[in-house]
Design a protein around this ligand. Structure first.
Ligand SMILES: Nc1ncnc2c1ncn2[C@@H]1O[C@H](COP(=O)(O)OP(=O)(O)O)[C@@H](O)[C@H]1O
Ligand SMILES: [Mg+2]
Length: 236
């Protein structure tokens, strides 16, 4: 049984249908990437999975059907979400953002240990712990958004274009950290990304989404050698 099983997922906005029956899965411990052009429905897919928009079809997480669940119930069940364009509260300090990420946890000592661990992983957050999140650079806010989502200790984290707006060097560092987290903590990840090269570098498998439908699937290696994928997403 997969950690996340998605079958015939249909979702959209009001009368406008964006996803026309999307099927994929993420196994425990895997990093899975969804590639796709602007407007393909990548963000809509992640929103539907975390209950931010209504959806139809099968979404099973850890064996439970989560279709129709409220967003916070899905989060508490173990699905973290780093939305596109940062998921931080800009008026709150770095430290308070991290504490808020752990709101559903009760193990206070372990929460503090986790916060210190994030400061060690992202030293720039540690140096700015009392600074308002909104006053930091885009790269720093993206690191905070990821740390904040992982403070809930999710089994699966949904990452929506984590590299968007980041300098290439920061993006590389970020993907290295995501790869480490997956290997060391066993956090499963579903990554939506335009930077196909980096995403395929840490992914085990992937899918290509085109106008609300999965059109290609395969191992990261197969996708990296697929001519259509190379032309459309790798620029070669
Ligand atoms: N809040 C919204 N209301 C109406 N349509 C939307 C909304 N958000 C996205 N869409 C539409 O849904 C389609 C897919 O968007 P999105 O999931 O954001 O694509 P991607 O993340 O792959 O770039 C696009 O046609 C977009 O215009
Ligand atoms: Mg998007």
């Amino acid at each position: 049984m997969s950690l996340l099983e998605v079958r015939d997922l249909i979702a959209g906005y009001g009368p406008v249908r964006v996803l026309h029956g999307v099927t994929f899965n993420v196994d425990e411990g895997e990093v899975v990437v969804i590639l796709g052009a602007n407007g393909a429905g990548k963000t809509t897919t992640l929103r539907a999975l975390s209950g931010m928009i209504p959806a139809k079809g099968v979404v099973a997480f850890a064996g439970h059907s989560i279709v129709g669940w409220q967003t916070d119930r899905i989060a508490t069940a173990g699905v973290g979400h780093v939305p596109q364009g940062r998921g931080t509260l800009s008026d709150l300090t770095v430290h308070d953002n991290l504490l808020l990420g752990a709101y559903s946890r009760r193990d206070r000592a372990q929460i503090n240990a986790d916060i210190e661990r994030w400061y060690a992983i992202f030293p720039r957050l540690g140096e700015r712990r009392m600074q308002a999140a909104g006053s930091m650079s885009g790269g720093e806010q993206q690191m905070l958004a990821i740390a904040r989502a992982l403070m809930s200790r999710p089994r699966l984290v949904l990452l929506d274009e984590p590299s968007l707006g980041l300098a290439p060097i920061v993006t590389q560092e970020l993907f290295r950290t995501l790869g480490d987290l997956n290997r060391e903590d066993g956090v499963s990840m579903l990554v939506v990304e335009q930077n196909a090269g980096l995403a395929l570098g840490i992914a085990k498998r992937g899918y290509v989404l085109e106008v609300g439908r999965i059109v290609v699937s395969g191992s990261a290696d197969e996708l990296a050698h697929n001519d259509d994928v190379r032309r459309a997403y790798l620029g070669i």
